[in-house]
Design a protein around this ligand. Sequence first.
Ligand code: ASP
Length: 381
Amino acid sequence: MSLQVPLMIVHGGAWSIPNEMEQDHIRGTYKAIAQVYPELLSGEIDAEEAVVRAISILENDETFDAGKGSFLNLKGQVEMDASIMNGTTMKCGAVCAIQNVRNPIRIAQRVMNQTEHVLLVGENALEFAKSTCKSEEEHKELFVESVEQLLTTRELEFLESIRNNEEFTSRTVFESKIDSHPPPSKKGTVGCVALDLNGNICAGTSTGGTPKKCKFSRNSIKKFNKLKVPGRSGDTGIVGSGTYADSSVGGASSTGWGESIMKIQMTGTVVKWLEFHNTPTLPKTASIYSHLNFESSSNIQHDAAQKTNMNKEQVAIETIIEYLDQKVNGLGGLIFLSKEGKYAVSHNTDKMSFAFVPHDTINKETGHFEVVSIVSRKKGC
Ligand code: ASP
């Protein structure tokens, strides 16, 4: 396929999204693409800017576990992680456990473009971010004045509901049967991969983490009682786990139980696998978790029978999710966009929220395009 148009895909997390929360996820991911894609299509912005703008919109939407609306740690603080990678320059930037910023993805972009480093953490990342501000206005745009501005009542109530629940671990939020746990709070890490008119691919991911960031043994550091331990960061801020891009292959953004995703370095592994093994084959034993056909906007379907028709990108994404499941008992999902403009998505959580612009709906001359925004279900869910 010759690439004549830019493309983009976003996700709003992979977990057991309750039916009544699906519409908010569909609306939120739709909006992020609908607002950003026209400028990507016209060439006004490149892939990197599209990723930063789309993720900022998702961070500002309380539906998602990123920016405002993030899960809280045991101290009731919002600590966020984000990463971005430009697949052309291979530059990347990330922040972990950062507080008091509206859009962590914008700080990750500054780490990428204004330092020689890849990852800045905690208070010093915040200090760096402040030092990059050139005006009072920019400062106001980037930072909140008080912690309360990122807190939601919903998350405070949720924290109290799980505070003393011994059974609740960081994996719990991604498991099925969410009804049997404390009332779910809306959440879902966000991510984006974009391909611009010049063939540049950029990927980014942003999160407020999980509500229980670490499971301590009973005898250790009792005061934290297994809840989200302040200072915990997952895969999202780690380049190669949460985010990876290489314009000669494709870009990927992951979501799910970070402790498992980090162990298999999910996004980096899948992109490198496609680079080194150009024609991957699905292991015979593999399950098909959520096969989606992206060839046509009117033909999005889950169909394990189409196994043999899967494009190589979908095979790679299915295989890495299988690996996540088998190797580390992991839970999560992944979006991918190749340099040829092929989308691929898979997840082994019950559901995953994502949106994309189907190739066959785009008319560069008229500026027309459509957005497909869905909550995908794992087979049998
Ligand atoms: N991966 C994120 C983390 O573990 C959470 C998520 O994707 O929902 O911090």
